[in-house]
Design a binder for this molecule. Sequence first.
Ligand SMILES: [Zn+2]
Length: 398
Amino acid sequence: MAEDGTQALVAQSTEVAAPAPKKMKKIVRKKRPARAQVDPDFITSEPPPQTGTIFNIWYNKWSGGDREDKYLSKTPAKGRCNIARDSGYTQADKHPGSHFCLWFCRGICPKGQDCEYLHRLPGVHDIFNPNVDCFGRDKFSDYRDDMGGVGSFMRQNRTIYLGRIFVSDDIEEIVARHAAEWGPIERLRVLNTRGVAFVTYVNEANAQFAKEAMAHQSLDHNEVLNVRWATADPNPMAQAREARRTEEQAAEAIRRALPAEFVAELEGRDPEARKRRKIESSYGLEGYEAPDDIHFARGVQAVNPIGRRGFELEDEQQRLMLDMGDGQQQNGGYGDGGAMAALPAPPARPEEEDGIFSSSTLAALQSAKVAEVPKATPKASAGGPLVAYGSDDDEDDE
Ligand SMILES: [Zn+2]
């Protein structure tokens, strides 16, 4: 299951790798620099349209009033991100744990390779603290009434709502084609006659990216899309599926964070493990058995030799990977950056190396816990334009 996801990512990412002669293997993986999507003066040339009552000079935007949505709902986005053409490495690829560039996502980042945010598509390794989205923006305790904005940290939401889609015979194909640009899709549901679709991405970061990338865009016609977070599907089967999925993700994060030997042992796939554990974790002390957090600890200081494996070389390897762009150990193409981003974030390093799980694992676990808290009242499908999930046909895809 996990392997599938990874493989899909690899397959996808090789498309962008520049073709190069065979003998220069290292160079093949060297990523190209990110492309500046717009002219630098594109951003500063015009003040934002008046969409509120007060202009906030710090945020360069209007606040107050409710005209924003009315205005935006008729105004197409200024740019459009083209992943194949625009993505590449930026300053952010040198810093594990960097966030994605919101302007890149909207197709209007003028900085190219000088940008301090990532200019690529999020992948399965891009897991962030559940309190922020992939662009590093703080989430809120609850959704906005219109289900727009950054979203809530109370629920891992991988489903976006697309409204105002031009209704045509091939609407389903059109939506699928456009939505797939922003990452692997787990589930797509199109309400053909209503011009509405729900897109569930495999990864939360891709849903966040897609929501921004598709906002106020058009698909094959001249529509201006209305993109929101989907409300929680009230169907118990869908909820069970979501809970299962969250657990899988947490487990997957743990698998990635631990050496294979430890994982096999933890999952009980290794019948001899119990016996070995008894001997190994005594560390030469009669009758002693080290508790899990010591036995499974990773890092340079780990007591267990398996836990130390690889850590002595880690800094050197990271340097090499960055210099040569050689990400084959993890996966190729986007994966270079993706793998880097998934490594434990540097500021918190000292504690992490002693701990059993990396911060991203803990983040995943934390979000898993949060997601299991039953939400008392699913918001009454938040008013006007939103259409609640039709849950009638959920049986057929189980
Ligand atoms: Zn940027």
